[in-house]
Write a protein that binds this ligand. Structure first.
Ligand SMILES: [Zn+2]
Ligand SMILES: [Zn+2]
Length: 358
């Protein structure tokens, strides 16, 4: 038995929060951010005033938005879920899973459990990977997930893959297909981790028990459909509802799944103007939603924190900061409505590296 690292029951870390396609910063964008930061420092009084004897730089940057102090990141969807006394859970293997893999290699080779909140040796190398759906941005990182390629018998991972049952293609067929010649040099059957598959039927949403944790799923609206997942442990709960399109009222299926959760991750890829087509082409039926619907759904489900994610690859850090300001204003408006009397809601923008503890 190893000493557990903290007292939390549930830790969620966002390794990839970009929608559709990885979107790294380019040199021009970095320069724009540097210029904006310099202008901001001058406007705030200059370095002599702000950083006396060179001190206070970190504190100053920590008080600024990500336009100035960092970046929202460009990796596609991957969420690590550490639940107390349970094997490690990961939702989606977008490009963000590469960095998670590097962290897991460190845990693996230092003899730790893959989940720092669990000390059960029997599940130390178990990973349960829940795929919301099979669009490329949600599976594309797996071929670059190094822990799956460790072939020493005492360090080999046992991975169980979960995904929707689909009449056109099996779950294992999807993963095989991604690594077929000439797309990738290592075929699926040669990836040395132990693999098991569990297909989830849309009409049969049975709960999945993993250690102390229960995972529930629910089909939502998206082209070719999508599963939202809820992870419950010791009275704490988080819900991932990425890649889903609202209709004209809070989605009753999502409200039911997310009821009372501590955190709801929701697809806010488009602004309302982009969605309707007031700006450029309309995005109706593309399967994505807006910050307004993230907030409406979260309030209807009485969740504590909503995290807006699956950011458009066409939005830079300044655009996303503006979306966040608008989201906070929208939340304030919504809280004034009679139906939301007495409610409160914490609104966060997702970024690569965001971590929340419950
Ligand atoms: Zn997506
Ligand atoms: Zn999708």
């Amino acid at each position: 038995m190893t000493q557990l690292s903290s007292e939390e029951d549930l830790v969620v870390k966002f390794w990839g929060t970009r929608g559709s396609l990885p979107a790294p910063l380019d040199s021009r964008q970095v320069l724009e951010k540097q210029l904006a930061l310099i202008e901001r420092i001058i406007a705030d009084g200059g370095t002599d005033k702000l950083f006396r004897d060179g001190k206070g730089v970190q504190e100053y940057l920590a008080g600024l938005s990500l336009s100035y102090s960092g970046t929202y990141g460009g990796e596609t969807t991957c969420i690590e879920v550490q639940a107390r006394d349970s094997p490690l859970i990961v939702i989606d293997s977008g490009s963000g899973i590469r960095r998670l893999g590097n962290t897991l290699i460190s845990r693996l080779f230092s003899g730790q459990h893959l989940n720092p909140l669990c000390s059960d040796e029997a599940t130390a190398r178990e990973l349960h990977l829940f795929l919301t759906h099979y669009h490329w941005d949600h599976i594309q990182g797996f071929p670059f997930f190094k822990p799956a390629f460790v072939n020493m018998s005492d360090k080999r991972l046992d991975i169980t893959f979960y995904g929707k049952r689909d009449a056109r293609k099996t779950l294992s067929g999807v993963l095989h297909g991604q690594q077929e010649y000439p797309n990738f040099p290592i075929i699926w059957d040669d990836v040395p981790c132990t693999k098991a598959y569990r297909e989830l039927g849309r009409m049969n949403p049975e709960d999945i028990q993993l250690g102390r944790t229960v995972v529930k799923f629910q089909e939502l609206t998206h082209p070719d459909s999508v599963l939202a997942y809820r992870v419950d442990v010791n009275g704490k709960a988080i819900v991932c509802a990425t890649d889903t399109e609202h209709k004209d009222s809070p989605d009753p299926r999502l409200v039911r799944l997310a009821k009372g959760a501590d955190l709801l991750y929701y697809d806010g890829q488009f602004t309302p103007e982009e969605y309707r087509g007031d700006v450029g082409i309309n995005r109706l039926d593309w399967g994505h939603s807006t910050f307004e619907w993230a907030i409406r759904n979260a309030l209807a489900a009485d969740v504590s924190t909503v995290v807006i994610g699956h950011h458009s690859p066409d939005k830079n850090d300044f655009d996303l900061d503006k979306v966040y300001e608008r989201a906070l204003d929208f939340k304030d408006q919504q809280l004034k409505l009679v139906k939301n009397d007495g409610k409160s809601l914490n609104v966060l923008m997702a970024y690569d590296g965001l971590e929340q503890r419950f």
